[in-house]
Design a protein around this ligand. Structure first.
Ligand SMILES: CCCCCCCCCC/C=C\CCCCC/C=C/C(=O)SCCNC(=O)CCNC(=O)[C@H](O)C(C)(C)COP(=O)(O)OP(=O)(O)OC[C@H]1O[C@@H](n2cnc3c(N)ncnc32)[C@H](O)[C@@H]1OP(=O)(O)O
Ligand SMILES: Cc1cc2nc3c(=O)[nH]c(=O)nc-3n(C[C@H](O)[C@H](O)[C@H](O)COP(=O)(O)OP(=O)(O)OC[C@H]3O[C@@H](n4cnc5c(N)ncnc54)[C@H](O)[C@@H]3O)c2cc1C
Length: 664
């Protein structure tokens, strides 16, 4: 059999309706149709070509990005694309650009923190891209500690203006995407100072560049922070540095939904909690969870297809060697990642719902669910991005040597993805926020206030800290109620143990710092419980299509039992399960790998990714890996000449010297 036939053969083995699974993956038939149409549109447009991206110099890459962003905008207008279609187009163009920050943070910041009047003034210009904005919060000296930002906005009652200033080197804005070379405006986070009194960090709309010739306005120093990790990758983005030298803006450019400054210089706070100043981050963290499932599914698609094509060892009587996907070690590394991609997809859908719900409530001045929305977005952003970053690297290793080639698509995907563990909040810092939320929840148990939402299980803490797992045989691990209870017991016991240890400290903040590593583990356990429970909830829905639900059940079980196996120490040390039950879970996991094996190629086909989007020879749909690798090698600039440039200067003299020495 030729390499090109391997995937066709695999596709014949699928035990479910792939077309129906595509709809489940996309979220709805409507979303599927948009995704399918827009992905083809992008793939067939030569401007969106990206196969040469890692070879470009920084300047050329940046210009290519500007060209793509302008072309995308032109197509959005010409084709009158809806917001959903435009976002899908951005996704398939697959090149980080200033537009991400304009649409993804600048506009949401004005929508979330601006008054009606401010929204009416700024949003129409932003929607038409007559102004381009970024989100300038982080500084050279402070990122995680937002309250530690140093940029100042002093109110000048004489002129009814704020004076924006960078008082120190460390107060220079540093990192904002789109700032370096493109943005005309920014939402700048600065300390509000009125009459010498510091009112903390607030957002201000500041114009940075002239709308006529793009030069920086007086008092503004702005540029790019320089090359980042990897070739291609996030270097298409102009992450910037910015300093202010007493730049004046009108008073009405402070975002005033949360608090206001009057003409007389009086500081007033609305009823809305001050944490709404952080609202844009909550919004973006929510989108990052869905992005994790996309990046992960892309890496998994590449590694799965290649693992079915690649053969090593095991030839019998001159027959074909074994497909590496049939090695149990390959399966135990790859299939949990496939299951994780589906798990993150469904928890991302749920988080989107949660975010829509909290937004609606905020509009009606109901702030009760904000702490949970913050904890869920922070925790799930952290857990899914860390897992995805690790998984992309694992997929590279699963592809052996060829995974290290740029043309596998995996090195660039890794390089572009890993900052997600840092931006929008360092993952550890965010998990500590979840831990604070959990400790608060535990401390309120028994006060008559029943925990709700994702912490509702804590309401059964007495049962969960005492219950015994009922598993006696491997197949008992297939019961959703058994899985859920084990995850709930682990999470509840870890949180309660932390709370007990904390209570021994006279100074709670000192205790929190001392126990922070354990607290992070408790937060991870809680977040993993959310992901598992949302997968199980998804399976309670009516899911049409032959065999579709069954495959998803298998994937859900794989995901849960893989986590259980990986964190066996937690489950056993908390007494949530016994060592014997841990061994039975592993036995069941092996059976599940065999069960899902015939369908794995179809399960990655269900992502419906074009070859253009995948950008990987190893992951191409037809599986013609070897021919394409061979052809691609000859396209490398080094192969433009047979004898390399530099031969006469640097190789020949050494060879000659060697010959001379040999003669001596
Ligand atoms: C052309 C076609 C169209 C194209 C369309 C394109 C669309 C593309 C879409 C793409 C979208 C985005 C692209 C992503 C690119 C990423 C770019 C990256 C951007 C950034 O990184 S921006 C900077 C992000 N920075 C951070 O995340 C900083 C992290 N730090 C913090 O968030 C906080 O400082 C903190 C939470 C760590 C601590 O804050 P602090 O004030 O000290 O608070 P505490 O004292 O700990 O807590 C006080 C109480 O407040 C609660 N809290 C904290 N944060 C929040 C929050 N966000 N919401 C609600 N509540 C919050 C906290 O829990 C405490 O509560 P308590 O008092 O205990 O009850
Ligand atoms: C590619 C990229 C794009 C970005 N885009 C933007 C943007 O558009 N706009 C913007 O404003 N910012 C942006 N940022 C900045 C980003 O949000 C910050 O880098 C991020 O929030 C982390 O903050 P930091 O750099 O201060 O890390 P630090 O907080 O300095 O982290 C360093 C280390 O200290 C640890 N640490 C810090 N605090 C604690 C603590 N309390 N307890 C335990 N450990 C701790 C962290 O875990 C980490 O290991 C971007 C960053 C990157 C990399």
């Amino acid at each position: 059999m030729e390499a090109v036939d391997y995937l066709a053969e695999e596709r014949r083995k699928a035990e479910f309706d792939v077309e129906e699974m595509k709809i489940v993956w996309a979220g709805s038939r409507h979303a599927y149709e948009i995704s399918d149409r827009v992905s083809r549109l992008v793939a067939s447009d030569p401007v969106f070509r990206k196969d040469n991206r890692t070879m470009l110099s920084r300047k050329d890459l940046f210009k290519d990005t500007l060209r793509k962003a302008a072309h995308a905008w032109k197509r959005i207008i010409e084709l009158r694309l809806s917001e959903e279609e435009a976002k899908t187009l951005r996704f398939y163009v697959d090149q980080p650009a200033y537009t991400d920050l304009h649409w993804g943070m600048f506009i949401p910041a004005i929508k979330g923190q601006g008054t009606e009047e401010q929204q009416q003034k700024w949003l129409p210009m932003a929607y038409k891209m007559q102004i381009i904005g970024c989100y300038a919060q982080t500084e050279l000296g402070h990122g995680s500690n937002v309250q530690g930002l140093e940029t100042t906005a002093k109110f000048d009652p004489q002129t009814d203006e704020f004076v924006i200033h960078s008082p120190t080197l460390t107060s220079s804005k540093w990192w904002p995407g789109g700032l370096g070379k493109v943005s005309t405006h920014a939402v700048v986070y600065a300390r509000l100072i009125i009459d010498g009194q510091d009112h903390g960090v607030h957002g201000f709309i500041v114009q940075l560049r002239s709308l006529d010739d793009h030069s920086p306005l007086p008092g503004i120093t702005v540029g790019d922070v320089g090359m980042k990790f990897g070739s291609g990758a996030y270097n298409s983005m102009d992450n910037g540095v910015l300093r202010f030298d007493h730049v004046r803006i009108p008073r009405n450019q402070m975002l005033m939904r949360v608090s206001q400054v009057t003409r007389e210089g009086k500081y007033m706070q609305s009823d809305v909690p001050r944490q709404l100043v952080y609202g844009t981050m909550v919004y973006v963290r929510q989108t990052i969870v869905s992005d994790a499932s996309r990046a992960l599914s892309r890496a998994v698609c590449i590694a799965t297809r290649y693992s079915a094509v690649r053969r090593q060892f095991g030839s019998q009587n001159g027959g074909p060697e074994t497909q590496v996907i049939n090695y149990k070690t390959q399966q135990s590394r790859l299939f949990p990642l496939l299951a994780s991609a589906y798990a993150f997809k469904f928890v991302g859908e749920w988080l989107k719902w949660l975010y829509a719900d909290v937004t609606q409530r905020l509009e009606a001045n109901d702030f009760s669910t904000l702490p949970e929305a913050h904890a869920c977005t922070a925790g799930l952003k952290s857990v899914t991005t860390s897992a995805t970053a690790d998984a992309i690297e694992e997929c590279r290793k699963l592809c052996g040597g060829h995974g290290y080639l740029s043309s596998s698509g995996l090195p660039e995907l890794f390089a572009v993805y890993i900052p997600a563990c840092t931006y929008e909040g360092d993952n550890i810092v965010l998990l500590l926020q979840v831990a604070r939320f959990l400790m608060k929840t535990v401390s309120q148990l028994g006060s008559g206030k029943n925990p709700v939402g994702t912490t509702a299980y804590m309401g059964r803490v007495e049962h969960l800290t005492q219950c015994n797992c009922e598993v006696q045989r491997a197949e008992d691990w297939l019961k959703p109620s058994v899985i859920l209870e084990a995850f709930e017991a682990r999470a509840a016991r870890m949180s309660v143990a932390c709370a007990k240890s904390l209570s021994k400290f006279s100074n709670p903040e000192e205790g929190f710092a001392e126990l922070s590593a354990d607290l992070v583990e408790a937060a991870v356990a809680h977040c993993q419980l959310i992901i598992v429970s949302k997968f199980i909830e998804k399976l309670q829905q009516d899911i049409p299509g032959k065999g579709v639900k069954r495959q998803l059940e298998t994937l859900c079980n794989i995901y849960a039992l893989y986590l259980l196996h990986k964190h066996l120490g937690d489950f056993i040390s908390t007494g949530s399960i016994s060592p014997k039950q841990g061994a039975l879970a592993n036995e069941q996991l092996r059976l599940l790998y065999s069960q899902v094996r015939p369908s794995v190629i179809a399960l990655v086909d269900a992502f419906n990714y074009t070859d253009h989007y995948l950008g990987s020879i190893l992951g191409c749909y037809d599986g013609n890996v070897y021919q394409k690798l061979y052809d691609e090698a000859w396209k490398d600039p080094l192969n433009e000449t047979v004898v390399p440039d530099g031969y006469h200067e640097y190789i020949r003299p050494i060879l000659k010297q060697h010959i001379r020495n040999a003669r001596l």
